[in-house]
Design a protein around this ligand. Structure first.
Ligand code: 5GP
Length: 193
């Protein structure tokens, strides 16, 4: 998505080898016009699916997920993160290793908000090693719901998340696909072609 790639070039900061900081428009300050355009784009990409619910993880997935939910006119549920694994009967839970924070988070969703009748679109801000999305997929399985696809704002194609999801035959659509960071600059996949 051109608008997003331009914004990443303008405001993204490369940290170390493989982390992109986008706190100017996505991870801290949020640009609602950009989020609205991304929501429309997710709707276009998954328009042939009968989506009934959007799932994400707090906190950075919420903004893009809500705008996707607005475009599809379906509810958005975000998994809540907590430190300890306190299993509760009324929750679906999974353990997710956080790539940026180097800690295990436990995520959970109330059984009230996900059922076997749901056809789910997963939305997240980044796809890196795929841990966050895998956690949501295990929750969707536990609920007996149907996964329709995964929509990602920024994918780092050099990390293993995409390959994991492709192996499972899942439709993954990323609005920006980063091939590499070179000398602190972002190189998009389509620039290499
Ligand atoms: P994964 O579970 O795919 O390894 O990582 C996904 C999660 O880690 C995302 O939801 C995001 O919060 C965080 N993350 C991974 N890579 C980056 C990055 O380069 N920049 C930022 N800001 N967050 C990232």
């Amino acid at each position: 998505m051109r608008l997003l790639e331009e914004r990443i070039k303008k405001d993204g900061q490369v940290l170390g080898q493989d982390v992109l900081k986008v706190d100017n428009f996505l991870n801290h300050q949020v640009d609602p016009d950009l989020m609205a355009a991304m929501g429309e784009e997710f709707q276009r990409l998954f328009q042939d699916k009968q989506i009934t619910k959007i799932l994400t993880v707090e906190s950075s997935g919420i903004a893009p997920a809500v705008f996707a939910g607005l475009a599809f006119h379906v509810p958005v549920v975000f998994a809540r993160k907590h430190k300890s694994l306190t299993l509760q009967d009324n929750m679906y839970s999974a353990t997710v290793y956080s790539y940026t924070k180097k800690v295990n988070n436990h995520i959970s969703i109330s059984k009230k908000f996900l059922s076997a009748d749901d056809r789910v679109l997963v939305i997240d801000d980044f796809l890196a090693n795929g841990q966050a999305v895998e956690g949501l997929l295990s929750i969707i399985d536990a609920a007996g719901a149907q996964l329709e696809g995964v929509g990602i704002v920024i994918e780092k194609t050099f990390q293993k998340g995409r390959a994991l999801l492709d192996q499972r035959g899942i439709q993954v659509e990323s609005l920006a696909r980063i091939a590499a960071f070179e000398n602190g600059q972002v190189i998009f996949l389509d620039e290499n072609k």
